[in-house]
Each structure stands twice: as C-alpha cells, then as structure tokens.
Design a protein around this ligand. Structure first.
Ligand SMILES: Cc1cc2c(cc1C)N(C[C@H](O)[C@H](O)[C@H](O)COP(=O)(O)O)c1[nH]c(=O)[nH]c(=O)c1N2
Length: 207
C-alpha cells in the first residue's frame, strides 16, 4: 500500500487538531460510530501482539458520579503541592470531562496476558501499559477523524476504580476516557493556552 501527499496532509491535520478534550456537548454518538471506534483499537501495536487492553463502557450515572467524586478527591490531594500563583492556576484547570461526555470508557491493562506468550516483555513488563497507551492514542486519532473529542483522565485513585468496577485482579487500571462532540476545537493544547506548560519541541540528539 503506497500513500501520497493527500494522505500525509490528512494525517497531519488529524494529528494537529487532536486535542485532549475536557468540554463536551451532550449529543449522543451514533452506535455505528462507537463500533468504528471500538474496531480501530484492533489496529494498534502491542508487545507480542498481546493487545492487553481491556475496556469497560460505563453508562451508569451512579458509577460515573462515583468516578467524578474519585477524581475530585485525587485532584484536591494532587493540588496540595502547589502554592501561590501555581495553586491559583491549578484551581482554574478543568482536568476531566466525566461531568459531560456522552461516551465514557474505563481502560485497563491485563498484568500478564496469555496472548503474546510473554514475547518482548520479559525485561520490560511496562511494555504492556505502553501497548494500552498506544491503543488509546489510536482511538484518540480515530475519534478526532470522526469530529469527536477524547479526554484522558488519570487524576484518579486507580485501586478505587478497580474496586468500584469490580474488575478481575489481573486488570490494572490505565485511564478513564471521555468521548463526545467537543464544545470547541483547537490546534493548541489547553495547558499551553492556559499558561500551565508551553509546548516543548522534541529534540533528537545524535550519538
Ligand atoms: C498519560 C496521560 C495522562 C493524562 C493526559 C495525557 C496523557 C498522555 N491528559 C492530557 C494532557 O494534559 C494533554 O495531552 C496535554 O496537555 C497536551 O494537550 P493535547 O493532548 O495535545 O491537547 C490529561 N488531561 C486532563 O485534563 N486530565 C488528566 O488526568 C490527564 N491525564
């Protein structure tokens, strides 16, 4: 399969406009779009082709409310390290879309899947979490190409999420994903715009 400049430009635009989204409109996502998003994760790379990600689609308002409470507690605890202006800036940051997103996914990583037969992870078990992260980014781009936004939330107590959802002990919580129509689109990260952290340029050093 050969790609041309049109493909490269389209991919660059999706990459440029992919944002972490925290502000969503309530519009439901058509089930055929949800299915396309699910299927895209099957195209993500993974160590030993193990595909260790496990995904729960959380529709329950009760569970979402409990996760939001978990977030608020974790956010408050994490905020204790900041003082003065940085504390004020932190307080202004919206770091979740749990209160708005129509589609919400709890993503876990299997700690020791049979799939892949251990290939590639003996010296670096972290490759399982890395694989799940890549599946999340694959989903992130696919959502953007569907004119949807995705927000990744990690300001959470992972063990409490695992207990809340009653997941098997071998499932390690990785991230809470909020997906929906964004209230606005942007080609610049919110944290850059808010003055929290300017975009950094990737350096490739030569050895
Ligand atoms: C592993 C991981 C974990 C998180 C994030 C990202 C990643 C990769 N991000 C989103 C993060 O803030 C965002 O990616 C950067 O600010 C860059 O902005 P764009 O994603 O380019 O819009 C994120 N955002 C947020 O509002 N709450 C969160 O808990 C997290 N957690």
């Amino acid at each position: 399969m050969q790609f041309d400049q049109t493909h490269r430009e389209a991919l660059t635009e999706v990459l440029r406009w992919r944002r972490d989204v925290r502000h969503f409109r309530p519009d439901p996502i058509p089930e055929e779009v949800v299915e396309r998003l699910r299927a895209v994760m099957d195209m993500a790379p993974s160590v030993g082709n193990a595909r260790p990600w496990r995904v729960l689609r959380v529709e329950s308002a009760e569970i979402r409310a409990a996760v939001l409470a978990n977030f608020e507690a974790a956010r408050t605890e994490a905020g204790a390290v900041y003082a003065d202006d940085q504390a004020a800036a932190y307080a202004k940051l919206k770091l979740q879309g749990i209160d708005q997103a129509p589609l919400q996914l709890a993503v876990f990583t299997h700690r020791d899947p049979q799939a892949g037969h251990g290939l590639g992870r003996a010296t670096m078990p972290v490759t399982l979490q890395q694989s799940t992260a890549m599946a999340i980014h694959t989903l992130w781009l696919a959502a953007r190409a569907e004119n949807l936004g995705l927000g990744m939330v990690s300001v959470l107590d992972p063990r409490a999420i695992e207990r809340l959802l009653g997941t098997p002990p071998e499932w390690e919580f990785t991230a809470w994903l909020c997906i929906g129509t964004p209230e606005f689109t942007d080609d610049t990260p919110l944290l850059h715009r808010a003055g929290w952290q300017a975009n950094l340029t990737t350096e490739w050093e030569t050895r």
